[in-house]
Design a protein around this ligand. Structure first.
Ligand code: BG6
Length: 492
């Protein structure tokens, strides 16, 4: 097992502590890091929210969220009592001036040099006022770090306004903009796979690669988050951040080092090189869809509009044919898609290499497939490199397409920290490389704003797709037009 190095003592305030993100991800992440000894006992955890609630009631609420998912060992269940004593609840309206601030100060270590994390699990529209409140209270101490959840704004202009406001209080080096995909094990491994192996880089370009596919498919619907989701849609909720970050890691030039600004500068160049989608190109290059009633895993599920309770034009699926206009990627399409209520939960990056230039074996012996690198983010994390081999045995020369398979479950200890656990520890360590810099977020919005504008201008059609499928038919047609297909039905 990898050695876990405790982080320096810190205090964290989770604002929005009674919300879904805090209860499902953040408090559990802190609990598990504490159980593993990575958070030492001189750290303080403060949960803050507007709701007046007794200390015990909050601890109870938090424990239900941790233990009801069933994956927690008995040892961890026993550890809860000791952890929960460290979990303090403070009711505070963080966007206002009330007396809650005094309660918060009391809950924090008076040592102003201690590392402090303020995690804003709040609507982005109040990030600015919360930062102003922290400043008024003198809580922006020298080692204070602010952690911002996505989405930062809903377009380029609102993102800039938020970044400006936060920037008035915190220096860019103390601002940690979370994209939890950057905390996923396999996503971090992407840089290592590309840049710690010699094998791929010489052909990682338009000469060696035919195209790239990035899929983030979910089986869940909008569910309880429908009121947020309906204002956002798949493009803003998933593409602007997660999918574009994945595309950046695939497409970026080698950074000088893993140092934060080296990596982030290279990612920014990719975002700037994305060919803008225009009203003239949008119908060809972008497909938007919305799920209708269907069945997933044998269970009937309602359509999106029914879940939201009204007719709505919000997309729950989007497929994009993107181009990175630079020397390395000229002519190589990056097909990206994401959707809710799809056939299976699956996130992966597929790099399809080019076909060999000359076939020496002849078609009669079996189909010759180009090499393919499959990076599976979830579930069943792993990397597969598809190769042509000879089918062993007598009976003539037959070809087989088989994987060189690196399954994480088989090769490594399966129980590694989840993305939020890793990212929270990275904030304490001050490691900015796993977080988005201001200019990255804004560049991603600029590109996405282009698509939204093109949709509006062209009154883009919203295609229905049945829940439990791979999205609307035009998504498949987008690739079929170019003699390609999404690699869904193909088993590896
Ligand atoms: C979030 C989106 O950022 O990512 C959600 O807001 C989505 O809509 C989630 O469900 C997916 O994350 P994961 O880690 O389950 O793939």
């Amino acid at each position: 097992m990898a050695e876990l190095v405790p982080v320096e003592p810190f205090d964290i305030v989770v604002f929005g502590a009674t919300g879904d993100l805090a209860l499902r991800k953040l408090i559990p992440a802190l609990f598990h890091r504490w159980c593993d000894g990575q958070i030492t006992d001189d750290s303080r955890i403060v949960a803050a929210s507007r709701e007046p609630m007794a200390q015990e009631a909050f601890r109870e609420l938090a424990s239900t969220h941790i233990f009801d998912n069933g994956n927690v060992t008995d040892a961890r269940r026993k550890a809860w009592a000791a952890f929960s004593e460290r979990l303090n609840y403070v009711d505070l309206d963080a966007s206002g001036e009330g007396e809650g601030w005094a309660r918060l100060k009391d809950a924090l270590d008076p040592d102003d040099d201690k590392i402090r994390l303020y995690y804003l699990a709040l609507p982005p529209s109040i990030y600015g006022s919360v930062c102003a409140g922290l400043a008024r209270q003198g809580l922006n101490t020298p080692n204070a770090r602010i952690v911002l959840e996505k989405p930062i704004g809903s377009n380029y202009h609102t993102a800039r306004a938020i970044n400006d406001k936060v920037g008035e209080v915190f220096n860019e080096n103390n601002i940690f903009r979370i994209d939890h995909y950057l905390g996923k094990e396999t996503v971090q491994n992407l840089l290592i796979l590309r840049f710690a192996n010699y094998l791929f880089e010489p052909m990682w370009n338009a000469n060696g690669i035919d195209h790239v596919q990035i899929t983030v498919a979910e089986t869940l619907g909008a569910g309880k988050r429908a009121s947020y989701y309906d204002r956002s849609g798949a493009l803003r909720d998933m593409v602007q951040n997660h999918l574009l970050q994945l595309a950046c890691l695939v497409a970026m030039e080698p950074p000088e080092s893993l140092e934060a600004d080296s990596v982030r500068t290279e990612k920014l160049k990719v975002l700037k090189a994305l060919r803008p989608v225009t009203p003239a190109s949008v119908a060809n290059d972008v497909v938007r869809g919305q799920y209708q009633a269907g069945a997933i895993g044998g269970e009937t599920v309602p359509g999106y509009a029914e879940e939201v309770g009204t007719d709505t034009e919000t997309e729950t699926f989007v497929a994009i044919r993107a181009q990175v206009d630079n020397w390395r990627w000229a002519g190589v399409p990056f097909y990206m898609r994401t959707g809710k209520r799809m056939a299976s939960r699956r996130s992966e990056i597929i790099v399809q290499f080019k076909q060999i230039p000359h076939d020496i074996v002849g078609a009669a012996k079996g189909a010759l497939h180009p090499n393919r690198l499959v990076i599976r983010l979830q579930p069943d994390e792993g990397v597969k490199l598809m190769l042509m081999t000879k089918d062993p045995g007598p009976g003539g020369l037959r070809l087989r397409y088989v994987p060189l398979n690196l399954s994480y479950a088989e090769h490594f200890e399966a129980n590694y920290p989840d993305a939020y656990e890793r990212l929270l520890m990275a904030v304490v360590r001050g490691n900015l490389s796993l977080f988005m810099r201001r200019d990255e977020v804004e560049a991603a919005w600029r590109w996405v704003d282009g698509i939204i504008h093109a949709w509006d201008e062209s009154q883009a059609k919203l295609y229905g797709y049945q829940a439990g499928t791979d999205g609307p038919t035009p998504s498949a047609l987008m690739l079929a037009r170019e003699d390609r297909e999404w690699f869904d039905a193909i088993s590896y």
